[in-house]
Design a protein around this ligand. Structure first.
Ligand code: ZN
Length: 466
């Protein structure tokens, strides 16, 4: 049953529908109103899919978003073309935004799904899973059951009927076959129920083609650390031959191509015992995509930081525009603006020189002789950087050095006053927001402290919505 399908590159930005009915929503976590198109567009496709599962899962207990114009909570849905919009949980006509048309995809999928559960392909994959498990002595033979009720809690009214269930040691595992029209409510509902009941849910597919993925596959894939599992004739034979449950795993593998982060699909047949299970997140994976991606990013960021400081502290009198432009491009790609020219903005230059001085314990980029002179210069001319400078001294443990150079106690008196001004949120000493992203990137420890300070100020935290 091949339907029209649009398969999206996981690293590409998510796309909202052209004219969403709900244009604005309230983020209940931050208390901010958000433009739906901007919010959706700010996510990478794979991350929005993971978010969509999270939003759906929280919808009935503690919703993450609500409609801006009515009291209804909202959740993320997709068109068949994989463009996203928000839909009301309850729609009673009270809201000017109408998000449930005559064609309700969810309802249609729900009906189709229940029909498919009795189908031959579904029975076939259940048998393959059962046979694979029976071959493996690590799974207790009498615990391997097909379509048997399993009680989520002592309350006998709450039960699930997994396609196949089994005990491995004292861990209960529920295997659910993913059918071609499994829909988000099922994915999320199962996940939450098994999680409540202390069991691990693993979705099994009959086949997987990275280049042809349905949305329901993406829901499972991207909420499972980008790993999916297939049980087929070959893996089943292998399980029986080796007397150990084997599965075919498909996963995304990130790699670096110069400064760009790319990825490829990988496929591997693996023994079940090699999988990592995270019961709380209900994730089961062979390859830790998230960790690998983060490590690549951290390494690339560290390299870029090193290149920036190498440039900044080198003799920049000759031929400095080209390397700067290249640094600027890479930083801009990370959402970190820096000036067009390296000497183009004195506030930026002072911030970088000031913090380098604090870390080194002596003036960097000035004719001064002592660190305390740098401190006075910043306080006098660039008070928007005193907070960052102060935190840098603390992080680098250079406070004593300044004190030893402050024989008349002038800096001590001055910094006391600055502290009071900061406590009162005096606009003159408030951090320079224009270069905050650069501060956070170049000096992460200092940046996070300054950000924390800013987050304690409601006036600074509220961004205008246009
Ligand atoms: Zn509404």
């Amino acid at each position: 049953m091949v339907q029209g399908n649009v398969t999206i590159d996981p690293l590409s930005p998510a796309l909202p529908v052209e004219n969403p009915e709900i244009r604005e929503i309230l983020d209940l976590t931050t208390g901010e109103y958000l433009s739906v198109k901007k919010l959706i567009g700010s996510f990478r496709y794979d991350r929005l899919i993971a978010e969509r599962v999270k939003v759906r899962s929280a919808l009935n207990s503690s919703p993450i978003y609500k409609c801006a114009t009515c009291p209804s909570a909202v959740y993320l849905v997709s068109t068949p073309e994989k463009r996203f919009f928000f839909r009301h949980r309850h729609e009673d006509g009270a809201c000017p935004s109408q998000t449930r048309g005559a064609l309700n995809q969810d309802d249609i999928r729900a009906r189709k799904y229940h029909g498919l559960r009795e189908s031959e392909p579904h029975k076939r994959i259940k048998r393959l899973i059962e046979r694979s498990l029976l071959a493996d002595p690590a799974f207790q033979t009498d615990s391997i059951l097909q379509e048997k009720r399993w009680y989520v809690s002592d309350d006998r009214t709450q039960w699930r009927q997994p396609d196949v269930q089994a005990l491995r040691g004292d861990r209960r595992i529920a295997f659910e076959a993913q059918l071609s029209t499994t829909f988000l409510d099922v994915v999320v509902g199962r996940r939450d129920d098994y999680s409540k009941g202390g069991a691990q849910l693993i979705w099994i597919m009959a086949g997987f083609d990275p280049a042809y993925r349905r949305l329901t596959t993406d829901d499972i894939l991207f909420s499972n650390n980008s790993n999916v599992f297939v049980v087929d004739d070959e893996t089943c034979r292998l399980s029986e031959a080796k007397r150990e449950f084997h599965l075919r795993c498909f996963y995304r593998e990130p790699y670096r191509d110069g400064d760009a982060l790319k990825e490829r699909w990988a496929e591997q047949i693996t023994a079940f015992s090699r999988l990592t299970m995270e019961p709380e997140a209900q994730r089961t994976f062979l390859f830790d995509f998230e960790k690998a991606e983060k490590e690549l990013r951290v390494a690339a960021d560290a390299e870029l930081r090193t290149a920036f400081f190498a440039f900044w502290t080198a003799d920049r009198t000759r031929d400095s525009l080209q390397p700067w432009t290249s640094l600027r491009q890479k930083l801009t790609a990370r959402g970190v603006p820096i000036p067009e020219r390296s000497d183009g903005n004195s506030s930026f230059s002072t911030m970088v020189h000031g913090l380098l001085s604090a870390f080194k314990g002596e003036p960097v980029g000035w004719q001064f002789h002592k660190l305390v002179q740098v401190a006075h210069h910043i306080a006098e001319m660039y008070p928007q950087h005193v907070l960052a400078f102060g935190h840098a001294l603390a992080v680098a443990e250079q406070q004593d050095k300044i004190d030893s150079q402050d024989s008349k106690g002038r800096w001590q008196r001055r910094s006391q006053k600055l502290r009071e001004s900061l406590q009162q949120r005096d606009p003159r000493v408030m951090p320079d927001l224009e270069w905050l992203a650069a501060l956070c990137f170049l000096f992460p420890e200092v940046g996070s402290r300054v950000t924390r300070f800013l987050e304690m100020v409601p006036e600074q935290h509220h961004v205008a919505h246009g």
